[in-house]
Design a protein. Structure first.
Lengths: 251, 553
């Protein structure tokens, strides 16, 4: 880093008055500023991985212990809604990536359009998630608040699911562990949804800023870093979806 | 002891520079909204000192209760709350932020030759999170406290207790984010903000050790955060992953908790190592022996530190094979720690050693940390651990490392950099006296606890069999001496803010970049970004530099 920065320094010193207005005082060059903030965002995402990592660990251990309960619990999640939501989220990642591209190429209206689309898709995701959670409430599958093991000690009590999977009744000690499954389901999807809500709030802020002409003046750091965050939240879902909905569903 | 390297400017003409980071702006708001890493460091210094004395008073209450075998000063459950709050406050509100958030915050940008940390606003945010968390913790304490011990052990914390566990857990959760942001800021700064010529192996060892500690903060703390979220959820929803009554696994909690909390002890001690490296080099007038080995040993401690957590669980029902592997890995950590101690000792060898206060504390550190570290090996071997675990031996062990080690390092660093931070010297004689008092008081307090532990006195009880009283009286007496040792610096350092001698740029003749600028420094640290053209701890470079200055005058 030494030599190249030394040259950069001289250039920066020579062109001191030409610093773009968005360069913070403590950075020598705009490249350094971009580099540092970008690196910080990646590190932050690393901490997020560790944060979710704890949940994933708990899920995998519990799943190994109470395998039948986790399999039968997953039968009550809707594959259709889950897949739709996965599609919605991946599409929103695409619109976000396009947004970053628009910002880089200084297309103001394109950027606003992409951000609004991302925002809408985020809201759609949360609405679908809300519909699913409501379904769980109706089925008495919300641990701690509204839970019944009825569907698991007597699978025929829900003819629809029974017709599809022919679940065997679980013993009483295993049936109560389905609550464990739904607890982790709510903890994981809830924590994910919380990240979505934070992301959507930032999106609203960005849409207003973008209308005022921010991000398309060459200073794209914020959009880029937010894009990273948005993709990260997307990737978390990409792991949640198979773990909660898909694996061993027919096992 | 008469020899000194202290070189102060002529006191009759010397002045504190008019322009500096303290004088640049005035008023409370200029402090509360500052982005200056130096001012944030001062804010942190005041806050952690406040929490240190709260935690210290609680320690005083513990020792007072243990003066007699019966639980007569307070009821047993009050005692539980007192030691829990002592642990929580000392660990999360003093030890974790102690050196990094104060000295590290102040000097890492200067040591790498930058104007500020990479993310000044995040730095300020981390202080506000700390204050928020501290407020929550004090609120918890005032509304009944918490009696889980600092470890939030499940299912005790999730099922059996009616105290304010959720409040305390939330406070630690928020404090955790403060620590994550500090660590993240340091890593980014060390990677991206180094001045021209400042290669990795020209960084002061202080920076290396903070780098290692920051990695631990960034990777470990989020795991604690999610664990505490699950504990809170479990208490609220009565469903959980940790409580066996609900089908959970208490051992899983132990794994997740110690996955953070063991590395956390390295978060606490590694910055201390950094201070000692600087101080030992400066007061021996020698480059740190085996610079590269010391630098890499910090990183090695960070890496190994992530693979030893289960040694807290030898008696908790993990498999014998796991215990065997974790025991071996635990002893591996002793290797890089020993490398440091030996290298500091070799730095002293044939150096021009002088014994100013920072050096006295540093030497105290080396002795006490060695004892603390070696007893850690006792506890790391599965056989002795079964006898010693949950006894006062463990208490003595981690107090030797954390108080004898880290607190000594903190005080060493504060004295060492005080002239740079404030522009004034602390009074030398009384501070040497305080260092010696601390050392004596510390040993009197905690050495008897090793013996008590060997004899089988369990920790966390308000009463104990009468035959242990003599050693407990020693310990309590020592705590009183220790209290005096900690109170003295607060008094004379405050005094020195107004009446201390003017320090000048480089009172210790030290080589770090931070010593080559005025004290207290400018808001932007350097008049212009420096170019690093020599190795770290190059005293010949310093001599040449001074010769040049004399010639040009």
């Amino acid at each position: 880093m030494s030599d190249s920065t030394a040259i950069d320094n001289n250039v920066a010193a020579a062109t001191h008055l030409e610093h773009p207005p968005y360069q913070r005082h403590h950075f020598e060059t705009i490249a350094q500023q971009f580099d540092a903030t970008n690196f910080a965002m990646w590190l932050f995402l690393l901490t997020e991985i560790m944060f979710f990592g704890g949940l994933f660990t708990a899920y995998l251990i519990m799943r190994n212990w109470y395998y039948p309960a986790f399999v039968e619990g997953s039968h009550y999640l809707s594959i259709v809604w889950g897949t739709t939501n996965t599609g919605v989220l991946i599409t929103s990642s695409f619109t976000m990536a396009m947004g970053v591209w628009c910002a880089e190429t200084r297309r103001k209206s394109g950027l606003i359009l992409c951000l609004v689309l991302t925002f809408v898709l985020g809201i759609v995701f949360l609405c679908i998630k809300g519909i699913e959670w409501h379904g769980e409430w109706v089925e008495h599958h919300v641990p701690g608040l509204n839970y019944s093991v009825q569907n698991f000690v007597n699978p025929a009590s829900n003819p629809e699911v029974y017709a599809e999977y022919h679940d065997k009744p679980l013993g009483a000690d295993m049936a109560v562990r389905t609550e464990e499954y739904f607890f982790l389901y709510f903890a994981m999807t809830g924590m994910h949804a919380l990240h979505m809500i934070v992301g959507i709030s930032i999106l609203v802020f960005m849409i207003f800023r973008a209308r005022a002409g921010a991000y398309t003046n060459g200073h794209v750091t914020f959009v880029e870093n937010f894009g990273l965050y948005w993709h990260f939240v997307d990737i978390i879902w990409i792991f949640l979806f198979p773990l909660l909905y898909l694996i061993s569903r027919h096992g | 002891m008469s020899a000194t390297i202290l070189a102060l400017p002529d006191q009759s003409t010397a002045r504190i520079p008019k322009m500096n980071y303290l004088s640049k702006e005035n008023g409370l708001l200029s402090w509360l909204l500052t982005g200056d890493h130096k001012r944030i460091a001062i804010l942190y210094l005041i806050s952690i000192t406040f929490f240190f004395f709260i935690g210290g008073s609680l320690a005083g209450l513990i020792r007072l209760e243990l003066l007699t075998p019966q639980s007569d000063l307070m009821a047993a459950d009050t005692y539980n709350k007192v030691f829990s709050m002592h642990g929580l406050i000392m660990v999360f509100f003093f030890l974790v932020p102690s050196v990094p958030a104060t000295i590290g915050n102040f000097f890492i940008p200067m040591m790498v030759g930058a104007k500020d940390l990479a993310l000044p606003k995040i730095n300020l945010l981390s202080w506000y999170l700390y204050i928020l968390a501290g407020g929550l913790m004090l609120y918890t304490m005032c509304t009944g406290g918490v009696d889980t011990g600092w470890t939030f052990t499940t299912p005790l914390s999730t099922h059996y207790l009616n105290t304010n566990v959720a409040g305390a857990a939330l406070a630690v959760f928020v404090a955790g984010f403060s620590s994550i942001f500090t660590g993240l800021n340091f890593v980014v700064t060390i990677h991206k903000m180094r001045c021209p010529g400042m290669t990795w192996f020209r960084l002061p060892l202080f920076v290396w050790s903070h780098y290692a500690a920051s990695i631990l903060m960034v990777l470990g703390t989020p795991v604690l955060a999610i664990t505490l979220v699950l504990v809170i959820l479990e208490r609220i929803a009565h469903i959980g992953v940790f409580d066996p009554a609900y089908g959970g696994d208490p051992l899983l909690f132990q794994h997740l908790f110690w996955f953070y909390s063991h590395p956390a002890v390295y978060i606490m001690i590694l910055p201390g190592f950094g201070v000692i490296s600087e101080v030992v080099s400066t007061f021996s007038r020698k480059r740190v022996f085996g610079y590269t080995a010391v630098a890499f040993s910090s990183v090695a401690i960070a890496v190994f530190g992530f693979f030893v957590w289960a040694h807290h669980m030898f008696i908790m029902g993990i498999s014998n094979y796991a215990a065997l592997v974790f025991s071996l890995l635990t002893m591996l950590v002793a290797v890089p720690s020993a490398i440091k101690i030996f290298n500091w000792a070799f730095t002293l060898y044939k150096g021009s050693v002088t014994f100013e206060t920072p050096m006295l504390y540093a030497i105290g550190f080396m002795g006490l940390f060695t004892i603390g570290g070696m007893t850690g090996v006792f506890l790391g071997s599965t056989g002795t651990d079964i006898h010693l675990t949950e006894t006062y031996f463990v208490v003595a062990h981690f107090h030797f490392v954390m108080v004898g080690g880290m607190l000594m390092a903190f005080l060493s660093g504060i004295h060492f950099w005080w002239p740079k931070m404030t522009g004034r010297m602390y009074p030398e004689k009384i501070s040497q006296f305080a260092a010696v008092v601390t050392y004596i008081g510390f040993n009197l307090t905690f050495f008897p606890q090793f013996i008590l532990g060997m004899l089988g006195m369990p920790r966390r009880y308000a009463s104990y069999p009468p035959e242990f009283q003599v050693l407990n009286v020693f310990s309590t007496a020592g705590a009183t001496v220790l209290g005096v040792g900690y109170l003295l610096p607060v008094l004379y350092l405050t005094w020195s803010l107004k009446y201390g001698q003017i320090a000048g740029n480089n009172p210790w003749q030290a080589t770090g970049l931070e010593w080559q600028v005025q004290s207290p420094p400018l808001s932007e640290n350097f008049p212009e970004i420096p170019i690093m053209d020599h190795e770290a701890y190059d005293y010949e470079w310093l001599d040449r530099q001074q010769a040049k200055e004399v010639a040009s005058v």
